[in-house]
Design a protein around this ligand. Structure first.
Ligand SMILES: Nc1ncnc2c1ncn2[C@@H]1O[C@H](COP(=O)(O)OP(=O)(O)O)[C@@H](O)[C@H]1O
Ligand SMILES: [Mg+2]
Length: 431
C-alpha cells in the first residue's frame, strides 16, 4: 500500500492524483499503467459487477486474444482505415498482427465458425479484455489510457427487430451496472454512424472534469436503474423509451432548438465522462466477413450486429471523480478494495492485538475482506492513510478503549464515529 503525501505534479485531475497518492496504479509509460494491490482489487470488483449484470441480461462470457491477425481486419476493410491509433506488430514469420483496439472482427470470425441458423439466435458474446489504442493524447491517468480494460459485448440477431430487443437489454443492463457502482449515469443519444437510426447511446457520469459536453433533461439524472427483476426477454421497450423520450445528447448530436423548447428548470448542461457506449451497426462486419445465417424462409442473410462497451479501467477514475473529499477516496461498498479496516493504534500491546485479531477474524468470517493495519506508525498517519484509500468502515482499537471494552467505529462516507463494544460495531458494519 504505497501511499504518497503529495501527488506528482503532472496529475491534473483529482481522480488521477488520488489514484497515485493512494497507491492504486503506477505509470510505466504514457497511458500504460501497472495496477498495484489496492487498484487491482477495485478493478476486479468493478469487473465482477459488470460480469454479473451482463450474465443476468443473457450475455455469455468468452475471452478473446489481445493480439489479432491483420488479415481479419483486411476482410472487414478496417485495417487501413484505423490509422495511427492501431498498434501494429510483426511476428517472426513476418505476419502482420495488431494489439486489438476492439474486437468486432474477432467475434464475427468466432460467430461465423459456429452459428449458421436463426434458430441459434439471439446471441450475445462478451469479454473483459485489455485493449490498446495509441491515443495521441493519453491523459488523466486511466481515464484516457493507451492500454485500458474494456468490457465489450456483441449481439447477433436475425433481423432489426431482434437487434432492437438485444439493444434494449444492454441499455437497461448498463443502467444496473452503473447504479451498483454507486454512479448516476445518463444515457445520451450518440452519433449512430452511417446506418443512422436511434440505436446509439453513450452513458455519461456527470463530472466537471469530463471530456464530453452533455445536454439533458434533468429528470433523467434521478430516474435511476430498472433493477435486476425485470423480464429480460420480455418487452423492454417501455422501460427504455421512458428514458429515451427525455432529451439527452452529447455535443455532436445536440439539437439546440429541441433543448430550448424544454422548460428552463429542466434544462441541464454539464460535463460528462463517457463510461459506456452501445450501438447497433447491422451488417457492417457480417456482410464483408460473410457471417451469414439461414432465416425461417431458408435464405441466408448477414447477421445483424450491435456492440456494447464499458470502460472498466476508466470507471475506477470515474467513481473517484464522483466520490471523494479533501481527505481522499470514498469507495462505494460495492467496489471498495477492502470492506473494513482494523486500525491497531498500539501494535504489540497484548490487549490491542487481541481485540484487533478478534475483529479481523469476525470481519473475515462475515465476508467483509478486512484490512489489518498493525504497522508501528503514529495514529494520525494511520487515520490519514485509511481515509485516503477510502475504506468504507474503520474499526479503531486503542489501549484506552480496550481497557473500557470498546472500540471506535468510523464510517468513511459520513465521517460519523461511534464508541461501542466490538460485537456491536460488527453488527453495525454487517448492516
Ligand atoms: N483510451 C481509453 N482509455 C480508457 N477507456 C477508454 C478509452 N477509450 C475508450 N474507453 C472506454 O471504452 C468505452 C467503449 O469505447 P468506444 O466507445 O469504442 O471508444 P470511443 O468513444 O473512444 O470511440 C468508452 O465508453 C470508454 O468508457
Ligand atoms: Mg465511444
Amino acid at each position: 500500500m504505497p501511499t504518497l503525501r503529495e501527488a506528482p505534479a503532472d496529475a491534473q485531475i483529482v481522480s488521477h492524483q488520488l489514484m497515485l497518492r493512494a497507491g492504486l496504479i503506477r505509470q510505466e509509460a504514457a497511458g500504460i499503467y501497472a495496477w498495484l494491490p489496492l487498484g487491482l482489487k477495485v478493478l476486479k470488483k468493478i469487473e465482477q459487477v459488470v460480469r454479473e449484470e451482463m450474465n443476468r441480461a443473457g450475455a455469455v462470457e468468452i475471452l478473446m486474444p489481445t493480439l489479432q491477425l491483420a488479415d481479419l481486419w483486411r476482410e472487414s476493410g478496417r485495417y487501413d482505415d484505423y490509422g495511427e491509433e492501431m498498434l501494429r506488430i510483426k511476428d517472426r514469420h513476418d505476419r502482420d498482427l495488431l494489439y486489438g483496439p476492439t474486437a468486432e472482427e474477432v467475434v464475427t470470425d468466432i460467430f461465423r465458425g459456429y452459428v449458421k441458423s436463426y434458430k441459434d439466435l439471439p446471441k450475445n458474446l462478451y469479454n473483459i479484455q485489455w485493449k490498446f489504442r495509441d491515443e495521441r493524447r493519453p491523459r488523466f491517468g486511466v481515464m484516457r489510457g493507451r492500454e485500458f480494460l474494456m468490457k465489450d459485448a456483441y449481439s447477433f440477431d436475425i433481423d432489426e427487430a431482434g437487434a432492437r430487443r438485444s439493444y434494449n437489454r444492454m441499455f437497461l443492463a448498463y443502467l444496473n451496472v452503473y447504479a451498483r457502482l454507486g454512479l448516476k449515469a445518463i444515457p445520451v443519444k450518440a452519433d449512430p454512424g452511417p446506418i443512422g437510426g436511434d440505436m446509439s447511446h453513450e452513458f455519461m457520469i456527470l463530472a466537471d472534469t469530463g471530456e464530453s459536453q452533455v445536454f439533458a433533461h434533468r429528470d433523467l439524472v434521478e430516474m435511476g436503474a430498472p433493477g435486476p427483476n425485470i423480464d429480460w426477454f420480455g418487452d423492454l421497450e417501455p422501460e427504455v423509451s421512458r428514458r429515451t423520450s427525455l432529451y439527452a445528447a452529447s455535443d455532436e448530436m445536440h439539437d439546440e432548438a429541441r433543448f430550448a423548447a424544454m422548460p428552463e428548470e429542466k434544462r441541464m448542461t454539464a460535463r460528462g465522462i463517457e463510461v459506456g457506449h452501445i450501438f447497433y451497426f447491422g451488417e457492417k462486419y457480417s456482410k464483408p466477413m460473410k457471417a451469414l445465417v439461414t432465416g425461417p424462409d431458408g435464405k441466408d442473410t448477414p447477421v445483424q450486429m450491435g456492440s456494447y462497451g464499458v470502460g472498466v479501467s476508466r470507471l475506477v477514475g470515474a467513481i473517484i471523480e464522483a466520490s471523494h473529499d479533501d481527505s481522499g477516496i470514498i469507495w462505494p461498498d460495492s467496489v471498495a478494495p477492502f470492506g473494513a479496516a482494523v486500525l491497531n493504534l498500539r501494535a504489540g500491546d497484548a490487549g490491542c492485538d487481541e481485540v484487533c485479531e478478534e475483529a479481523y477474524k469476525s470481519l473475515t468470517d462475515a465476508g467483509l475482506d478486512p484490512l489489518y493495519d498493525h504497522r508501528a506508525d503514529r495514529p494520525g498517519a494511520k487515520f490519514a492513510a485509511t481515509d485516503l484509500v477510502g475504506i468504507p468502515w474503520q474499526v479503531v482499537v486503542g489501549p484506552k478503549g480496550v481497557a473500557e471494552g470498546v472500540v471506535e467505529l468510523k464510517r468513511r462516507a459520513t465521517g460519523e464515529r461511534q464508541t461501542l463494544p466490538l460485537a456491536a460495531a460488527l453488527k453495525v458494519i454487517a448492516g
